[in-house]
Design a protein around this ligand. Structure first.
Ligand SMILES: [Mn+2]
Length: 410
């Protein structure tokens, strides 16, 4: 059977699982097994595999789970797979079940049926003094957090798992995801190349596209054509004043003539996200003096952030430097400068840690003036290097002459 997922070498997933346990140990004041749950059929097909589960397994099967147990005498890592109900194959296709094929493909010595999960988790918890670790967060919680909440509810008084202690490993495990290896950087570059191709195909066509929905659909077509993978997030296409709504969700208005248009979008490759924003005059000319003035200020802040970033700097120091000219000019700061990007477009991270080589971060200053009928954000993706950064999105124009050439289709 064709095995999907595994965009990275199996050795990478094994290395990540090995690296996880000392971090869990540090964050939970003791060595405990780590449990991660993959998405069910419904979420997997409509969204994507949970990024934490994906990070440690690369497994694209529904209803799968991973247990990393430092005290298991036979095997540290166990992948649980649910071969599903055979009568469902005609509906959903064949699932990968436990067996030698799964063990080989995933490079995991023990692959068990999902029905064994609870008994195995309880046995593992018992060896660890009644505790396990899971992953959750309050901001942008997602599937892993929902599962952890459901498991924790069962540990409360009267629940069928009462007495089981569940600690949160996410705050320490983020250290792994914050630093990208060469293969991850290559997938980011690929996601950005797809995004670049989409923007360069669609931006010269704005006159023919006429509506926010047509622009969003055209971008989606280009982003999904290479692999039918998920988008990093649904495109934000805001014409005129809609561009001043940070997470404008509707994309259903005509492109206002001669108005600025804000496009925040990104493709994925192997699950890794691109996140790029450009703001352009829909008629192709930066001929409105006020728009041009504000645009140049945002561009200046974007350049400043790119040119001044250094490893060792804190996220807070960097943010302050880049926002300074915008605040000095009397505008309000509505959001942060930057977030980590990875399997999640807003990758979980510890923002108290200093910037370090291998991190991939957005650089996205913006000014929002709904009373003047527009918002401007210019967003690039940066790879932190030993001496500063590489602007991964450099091939997507953002300076005024470059954008005017692109918009004119020249
Ligand atoms: Mn962003």
């Amino acid at each position: 059977m064709l095995i999907r997922g595994l965009p990275l070498p199996v050795a990478t997933y094994r290395r990540r699982r090995t690296a996880a346990l000392p971090l869990v140990e540090r964050s939970l004041f003791g060595s405990v097994p780590l449990l991660l749950l993959g998405c069910d059929e419904h979420h997997l097909r409509r969204e994507r595999q949970d990024p934490w589960f994906d990070y440690f397994t690369g497994c694209a099967e529904p209803d799968a789970a991973l247990l990393i147990d430092p005290f298991d005498p036979e095997a540290r890592d166990t992948l649980f797979l649910d071969p599903g109900d055979p009568s469902r194959i005609v509906w959903d296709g064949k699932r990968l079940g436990p067996g030698s094929e799964a063990r080989r493909a995933h490079g995991i010595d023990r692959v068990l049926h999902r029905e064994e999960l609870e008994a195995r988790v309880l046995a593992a918890a018992e060896r660890a003094g009644g505790r396990i670790a899971m992953c959750w967060r309050t901001r942008e919680p997602g599937w892993q957090s929902q599962q952890a909440r459901a498991w924790k509810a069962r540990t409360e008084a009267g629940g069928d798992l009462s007495g089981l202690g569940i600690g949160n490993a996410e705050p320490s495990l983020v250290r792994l995801r914050m630093i990208k290896d060469a293969d991850e950087v290559a997938l980011h570059r690929q996601a950005i190349a797809i995004t670049e191709h989409g923007l360069k195909s669609v931006l010269p066509q704005l006159a023919a596209l006429k509506t926010e929905n047509a622009v969003a659909s055209a971008l989606t077509f280009h982003y999904r054509t290479p692999a039918y993978g998920p988008l990093a997030f649904p495109p934000i296409v805001g014409s005129g004043v809609n561009g001043a709504t940070l997470h404008y969700p509707f994309n259903d208005q005509p492109l206002a003539p001669k108005a600025p248009l804000l496009i925040d979008s990104g493709a994925t490759a192997g699950g890794y996200c691109a996140d790029v924003t450009r703001t352009i005059p829909v008629h192709g000319k930066f001929d409105d003096p006020r728009f041009r003035e504000v645009y140049e200020l945002v561009l200046h802040a974007n350049h400043l952030a790119r040119d001044l970033v250094r490893p060792g700097m804190t996220h807070g120091e960097w943010t302050k430097l880049a926002w300074e000219p915008i605040i000095k000019a009397g505008f309000t700061r509505h959001h942060g400068l930057s977030h980590h990007i990875g399997l999640d477009v807003h990758d979980p991270a510890d923002y108290d840690l200093p910037l370090a080589p291998g991190m991939i971060l957005s650089n996205e200053p913006g000014i929002y003036l709904p009373e003047e009928g527009f918002g401007i954000r210019i967003e690039d993706d940066l790879l932190i290097t030993a001496t500063g950064c590489e602007e991964l999105t450099a091939a997507i124009p953002k300076d005024i002459p470059g954008l005017e050439v692109l918009l004119a289709g020249r």
